[in-house]
Design a protein around this ligand. Structure first.
Ligand code: PMT
Length: 435
């Protein structure tokens, strides 16, 4: 079963394909999903809410203010893994694109923190109309997943594009999407075959949007301190860990700024990247953003020192003789500045240690006034600097809160971001309780 422990909200619009929705419900349930359904007023004419209620075991939503024993529109999708709208009519697509909330389905969609998947179904001319195409494009840009309709005979008697995909195909798409760590199929490629779900790996789950609405700033990579126009002091950080964190935070719905030292990694999708070189550049870039962020994560390997004097011309060994002495002065500590800011964001640091890791990490947590610190044992060659894997021990002020054993940095980043968002939200709730 591909959808065990998944809550799927099925939104049904008033298209003739609505008659296929009880079958869609049945197939979702067969894959283990807990299905809640919500119908638009016109869909209620085409598919019986009583049937849907009997199938799903849950009351069926329709009007926003007609609660009875229904769940409200805000809570409906709050803990859902996906909102699936099938069939999605041209009318509802237009409402979604423009943020209207005139019935239970459109209101729930507007409040949904989870991925939204829509399966359009309509007459071909309505589908091809520039207004519908523009609305679909807008939704796609906002991250809504669109299951393109099929070609074939339509309910109006015409033939063409606009048929809702078969329930089994829609279930296959949902399974594939939720089990591929958020990677949608390449745009408009073929859908998975109806029998595909069981072939798909269920290891990587599409993350919940636990970072939705949060502004996260992450530093990543090394810094470079110039010696002369061609030489620098730097370190082995590749940026992989920080970039993976940025991607994980973004996938969880956060608004992410990535302040990156000199690395050649591509920018994760929908992440705002600011490139810097020196520790001072990074300090200035972080400081400039500090009032606009909720969470700061210092993953960069920042140079602790810089040259007291930067040579304006390339150093010549003929002029320097057999030895060269460079005077270094201390750089400002960026994450410590963030931890001591007032007001301060939720502040997470890293500690790269070769010995006595836990002691040094806890000391840094205290001294830099951090909420969390992730300890990286960089005496190991298989994790840490410039590797694809990592392993972390995470501490807060009361001690160790997580042990993230060796795994690809993408996986470690996902685990760490879930921990950070959970702790941030718990902290916020506690503050609200005590206010
Ligand atoms: O980039 P990768 O190749 O993927 O490698 C990842 C990593 C090993 C660089 C990363 O996981 C890591 O451990 N980053 C922290 C490296 C580091 O500089 O640790 P530190 O113990 O020296 O610094 C402690 C904390 O203070 C860090 O959060 C660091 O960003 C911050 N710091 C340090 C000095 C300074 N001037 N300003 C800072 O903000």
């Amino acid at each position: 079963m591909q959808l065990e422990q998944r809550k799927i909200v099925l939104g049904i619009c008033g298209g003739i394909a609505a008659y296929k929705c009880p079958e869609l419900c049945r197939l979702l349930i067969k894959q283990g999903a807990d299905v809640y359904s919500v119908v638009t007023p016109s869909a209620a004419q085409l598919v019986s809410p009583t049937t849907l209620q009997a199938l799903t075991g849950h009351a069926v939503g329709c009007e926003v203010f007609n609660h009875g024993d229904e769940i409200g529109h805000i809570e409906l999708c709050a803990d859902a893994d996906a909102l699936v709208i099938a069939p999605a009519t041209a009318n509802t697509i237009a409402k979604l694109a423009h943020g209207m909330a005139d019935n239970m389905l459109t209101a729930a969609a507007l409040a949904a923190p989870c991925p939204i998947i829509i399966a359009p179904a309509m007459n071909s001319r309505m589908y091809r109309h520039p207004a519908t195409q523009a609305n679909l494009e807008l939704l796609q840009q906002r991250g809504v997943f669109i299951i393109p309709p099929a070609e074939g005979p339509l309910a109006c008697g015409e033939s063409g594009i606009g048929r809702m995909r078969e329930p089994a195909e829609i279930v296959a798409y949902i399974c594939a999407l939720l089990n591929r760590n958020g990677l949608p199929f390449a745009e408009n490629t073929l859908l998975p075959r109806p029998e595909a779900p069981l072939e798909l790996t269920s290891q990587k789950l599409l993350p919940k949007a636990n970072g939705a609405g949060l502004r996260v700033l992450i530093t990543a990579g090394p810094t470079e301190e110039p010696i002369d126009p061609v030489r620098v002091i730097t370190n082995k950080s590749s940026g992989k860990m920080g970039f993976a964190l940025a991607e994980a935070a973004r996938k969880r719905g956060a608004n992410v700024t990535l302040i990156a030292g000199p690395v050649s990694l591509p920018t994760p999708a929908q992440v705002n990247r600011i490139n810097v070189k020196t520790a001072q550049d990074m300090y200035d870039a972080v400081k400039a953003k500090l009032d606009d962020v909720d969470i700061v994560i210092g993953c960069a390997a920042v140079s602790d020192y810089r040259l007291a004097y930067v040579y304006p011309q390339k150093l010549k060994k003929e002029e320097q003789g057999d030895s060269l002495t460079l005077t270094l002065i201390k750089n400002e500590d960026i994450i410590s500045m963030v931890g001591h800011a007032n007001p301060r964001p939720f502040t997470v640091g890293f500690a790269a240690e070769t010995m006595h890791g836990p002691e040094h990490a806890k000391e840094k947590l205290q001294r830099k006034n951090l909420d969390l610190i992730a300890l990286n044992d960089v005496s190991r060659h298989d994790v840490g600097f410039n590797t694809d894997d990592n392993a972390l021990l995470v501490y807060d002020k009361d001690g160790q809160v997580a042990d993230l054993p060796k795994a690809p940095k993408r996986v470690i980043a996902a685990q760490l971001m879930d921990l950070i968002f959970d702790m941030f939200r718990k902290g916020t709730t506690q503050k609200e309780k005590h206010a």
